[in-house]
Design a protein around this ligand. Structure first.
Ligand code: GDP
Ligand code: MN
Length: 398
């Protein structure tokens, strides 16, 4: 689950990581109130207004602006709220900005040398360990740094049993070229950041930039935080941080219906029981000359209701030209699934406007095929994997 910058910063702050402070606002008036409050709390004169969307590169796209007085705050917030913000990470049409973070200006006027670093915490899947990735080249596109000057990116692997050791935090501060008070601050920053990552059950922290001010404070100016969905049950208070406006609407609906659905770009919808079979089926679709339009695991109970919901969700995607149903009847009997498909087809009538290829294999597969063939519905049955692929190929090239 991805979070907004302001939510990520709140989590960091709750674990003692120093952050650029801010208050979220959904209207220009709220932005002005937020700015006044921040001035009271932090003494800041200037503010930065930052668009809150689930995408980076906002600065370049005009989604991060400096306000030198309350009139600026109001007019900038007015411009940014409601805009379609286009950045290298958004879809081409951009993303609608629903809210802004009004933050204290931490790049002090007259501060000639604010230093920007890059730091992320993530899992190294090759070693099965968390690592801290960091660089002196913060504030800019880390992908470009990785491509052009990879020697400027360092990694530090953390032992899962020992956690981050003091010598590791010191090594990081040293490699970033720090000394004196800033060195100590960085050691504290890295240690609390790593602790926050582990305790919040996150799968990604990306802080770009981490800022060193001229008076040697180290703080997180940006925060990209991804929480591990599978650990959300341990953090009931994080559940409300989900912003479904930022997610794919079809995926949100599927999730609510208890279906495991991932939207893809292809033209063949598929409905499968079991994640492994779903992956195999997607390969099969590619083999047949099509491209999978989705990943969909309907799970163990493929009754008429569930099949109907699944069809409905697949058909919301206008690119779908055919649907392949590929169900293995292990615990669930194939004839029950076939009945489910036929009933769903009947109920949905004209809504189903693409050919359906149905492969049922396993317990009562023969009965299932008969049921489909005798249903009078335009459902193409298949028993073998290759046969199903050939039939998908046929309907696509028809
Ligand atoms: P991103 O572009 O989506 O990664 O958004 P960031 O939160 O990283 O902000 C983009 C840029 O805005 C930063 O790299 C800074 O250069 C600038 N910025 C952020 N906060 C401040 C601030 O308090 N004062 C000033 N002057 N600039 C800021
Ligand atoms: Mn950033």
């Amino acid at each position: 689950m991805n979070l907004h910058e302001y939510q990520g910063k709140e989590i960091l702050n709750s674990f003692g990581v120093r952050i650029q402070r801010g208050i979220v606002a959904t209207t220009p008036e709220e932005a002005v109130d937020a700015a006044k409050k921040l001035t009271e709390d932090t003494g800041t004169g200037w503010h930065v207004i930052k668009a809150q969307i689930h995408a980076g590169g906002r600065g370049k796209g005009g989604g991060v602006k400096l306000a030198k007085n309350l009139d600026d705050v109001k007019s900038i917030a007015n411009d940014i709220i409601g805009m379609m913000l286009i950045t290298p990470q958004t879809p081409p049409q951009g993303k609608l900005v629903n809210q802004v973070l009004v933050a204290e200006d931490v790049y002090y006027p007259g501060d000639s040398e604010p230093e920007e670093y890059y730091m992320s915490v993530l899992l190294n899947r090759a070693t099965g360990r968390n690592m801290i990735m960091y660089s002196t080249e913060g504030g800019m596109d880390i992908e470009t740094v990785a491509e052009e000057t990879p020697h400027l990116i360092f990694t530090e692997e953390i032992d899962p049993l020992l956690g981050i050791m003091p010598f590791q935090a010191r090594k990081i501060a040293f490699n970033l070229g720090l000394s004196g008070a800033a060195f100590k601050e960085m050691v504290r920053f890295v240690t609390s950041l790593y602790t926050a990552y582990v305790k919040s059950d996150s799968s990604l922290f990306e802080i770009n930039p981490v800022l060193k001010t001229s008076d040697d404070k180290i703080l997180a100016v940006d925060a990209k935080v991804t929480l591990d969905d599978n650990a959300l049950f341990r953090h009931k208070d994080y559940a409300e941080l989900r912003d479904t406006r930022e997610e794919n609407p079809i995926e949100v609906e599927a999730k609510a219906a208890g279906l495991n659905y991932v939207d893809l770009d292809g033209n063949v919808g598929c409905m499968v029981n079991g994640a492994g079979l779903a992956m195999g089926t997607m390969d099969l679709i590619k083999e047949s000359g099509g491209e999978p339009a989705n990943f969909l695991d309907v799970g163990g109970t493929a009754d008429a209701q569930r099949v109907e919901t699944a069809f409905g969700i697949i058909l919301k995607d206008p690119n779908v030209k055919a649907i392949l149903v590929n169900i293995f009847g292990g615990i669930v009997r194939c004839d029950r699934v076939a009945q489910g498909v036929v009933d769903a087809y009947k109920n949905m009538g004209d809504q189903i406007n693409v050919p359906i290829i149905c492969r049922l294999q396993g317990t009562n597969a023969k009965e299932a095929k008969e049921l489909i063939d005798n249903s009078g519905m335009e459902i193409i049955s298949a028993t073998e994997f290759q046969e199903a692929a050939d039939k998908v190929h046929e309907v696509l090239s028809a």
